[in-house]
Write a protein that binds this ligand. Structure first.
Ligand code: PHE
Length: 348
């Protein structure tokens, strides 16, 4: 028994030493210490020994078992360490680098939203409330209530997106609003006069896109209705708004313009900031940049909104947010705003 045990121990120890992989080590483990392993078998024969030898033999076998278990554990650790070192040599990485070095990419507010927020802030400071309205409008609010007759070219299929739905007897068909102006009537109906408000929002036109035209763009509508309101108030408010927005003194001028819901109708230009009105490509050498449509609110619009034109009068305006952003940042293609190109978006 003793000799047999010594032989087994020597054999197993040598095999463990030579093992080159953890897989071989596992095989050896099964072979010697497994349920049907060689050492296990010897332990089973203990009961056949005479009483006086049994104790000593038992101690020797258990000692051998412990020794082999330790040898296995030691060898396994050595093999694993070697494997790790080898892989570290192949693929180097700096374990001292902080885990959050690359951080998380936090988005930014879109340039148009930034501009809208700035405009909202300035108009709020001047006592205007900020109103919202539906993007899907009725023909009544988008046209009729604004004094735009049924035969007006803007109602043509070319310019307006119509929604496939039956005509309502009093409000007509549904359209994607072509401007934010329907909210002049909606706001007057809801809040009555006097009122000072702006309505920022998306508008839609059924037209071909190019560098200066988009089917979807943003406007800011403005309206002030009160007693004794004149074009002078409009001029003062717009000069103040643009000067605060650009952070320097801006001049404005009016030209005649036509919109069915204002009378008189006016186009407002502001002095070119890029060339200080000396003349450049942006202002087409005129020193002025076309900015918005405006005018004194038409009596028919006031009446449609339930406001008495004998007591109240005022004005309205509407400008495009994209136009303003293009002027401010020198952007030459309106399609960039919603084009999804991150190289453009991330600049703001
Ligand atoms: N709604 C007009 C447009 O989209 C702009 C406008 C608004 C003109 C208010 C006059 C008064 O072109």
């Amino acid at each position: 028994m003793n000799q047999e045990l010594e032989k087994l121990k020597k054999q197993a120890t040598e095999a463990i030493q030579k093992a080159a992989s953890t897989a071989t080590l596992t095989e050896l483990d099964v072979r010697y210490l497994g349920r049907k392993g060689e050492l296990t078998n010897m332990l089973r024969t203990l009961k056949d020994l005479p009483e006086n030898e049994r104790k000593k033999a038992g101690q020797a076998l258990n000692a051998a078992k412990n020794e082999l278990e330790q040898a296995f554990a030691h060898k396994r650790a050595t093999l694993e360490k070697t494997a790790l070192e080898a892989s570290l040599k192949q693929e180097f990485f700096d374990i001292t680098l902080p885990g959050t070095l690359r951080g998380h990419a936090i988005g930014t507010v879109h340039v148009l939203s930034q501009l809208q927020e700035e405009a909202e802030r300035i108009f709020s400071q001047m006592g205007f409330m900020i109103v919202d309205g539906p993007e899907i409008e009725s023909e009544y609010y988008n046209f009729e209530s604004l004094n735009i007759p049924a035969d007006h070219p803007a109602r043509d299929m070319q310019d307006t997106f119509f929604i496939k739905q039956k005509r309502d007897a009093s409000h007509g068909r549904l359209v994607l609003r072509t401007h934010t102006s329907p909210n002049q009537v909606r706001a007057l109906e809801k809040y009555g006069a006097p009122i000072r408000m702006i309505v920022p929002g998306r508008v839609f036109r059924n037209e071909a896109t190019d560098a200066r035209h988009e089917h979807t763009f943003n406007q800011i509508e403005g309206m002030l209705i009160d007693k004794d309101i004149s074009i002078a108030t409009l001029k003062g408010i717009m000069k103040e708004f643009l000067s605060r927005l650009f952070g320097k003194e801006v001049e404005v001028r009016f030209r005649p313009g036509y919109f069915p819901f204002v009378e008189p109708g006016l186009e407002l230009d502001f002095s070119c900031l890029l060339c200080e009105s000396k003349g450049c490509r942006v202002c087409k050498n005129t020193g002025w940049v076309e900015f918005m449509g405006s005018g004194m609110t038409h009596e028919n619009v006031l009446r449609a909104s339930g406001v008495d034109p004998k007591i109240y009068q005022g004005w309205a305006f509407g400008f495009g947010l994209e136009r303003l952003a293009m002027m401010r940042y020198g952007i030459n293609d309106i399609r960039l705003f919603n084009g999804g190109d991150l190289r453009f978006i991330k600049q703001f």
